[in-house]
Design a protein around this ligand. Structure first.
Ligand SMILES: *[C@@H]1O[C@H](CO)[C@@H](O)[C@H](O)[C@H]1NC(C)=O
Ligand SMILES: *[C@@H]1O[C@H](CO)[C@@H](O)[C@H](O)[C@H]1NC(C)=O
Length: 121
């Protein structure tokens, strides 16, 4: 047969519908569970970054002003999170002219893979 039978076609439509539903659910249902991990899962990361912020003594470009509780830490300037776990993976504060010291608690950023504090002249 060259054309698919009506029943096959029907199954295909149903499959596509389910597929679309699953995709839709993944972006909305998961969103709420990710939100939950955001508030619980990366609480440690938030505390560490606030510790980091506390030790910044000079911040002429006001980078640290975005590091506040009114926005998610994954949106803070220089912070890159793992999209799934919401853990901080990269801290890129290159050429931000920050002066300060690193807190020992930086070791508590369990997902951190890179940190860039280079000052380009
Ligand atoms: C928090 O950071 C955002 C983004 O930089 C900024 O728009 C907002 O004014 C800041 N809020 C406070 C309370 O500093
Ligand atoms: C981070 O880990 C240290 C031990 O390495 C611990 O003393 C500290 O309380 C932890 N928490 C924070 C938020 O730094």
């Amino acid at each position: 047969m060259e054309h698919s039978s009506p029943s096959t076609h029907g199954r295909l439509v149903l499959f596509n519908f389910l597929h679309a539903f699953i995709l839709l659910c993944m972006s909305t249902c998961l969103e709420s569970s990710t939100l939950r991990t955001t508030t619980l899962g990366n609480e440690m990361d938030r505390l560490v970054l606030l510790d980091f912020k506390k030790r910044i003594t000079e911040d002429p470009l006001h980078v640290m002003s975005s590091w506040n509780d009114s926005i998610d830490l994954c949106s803070w300037v220089g912070v890159t999170c793992n999209r799934a776990t919401k853990g901080v993976v990269i801290l890129n504060l290159m050429s931000q002219k920050l002066v300060g010291s690193l807190p020992p608690s930086i070791g508590n950023l369990s997902h951190l893979t890179g940190i860039n504090l280079i000052e380009q002249l």
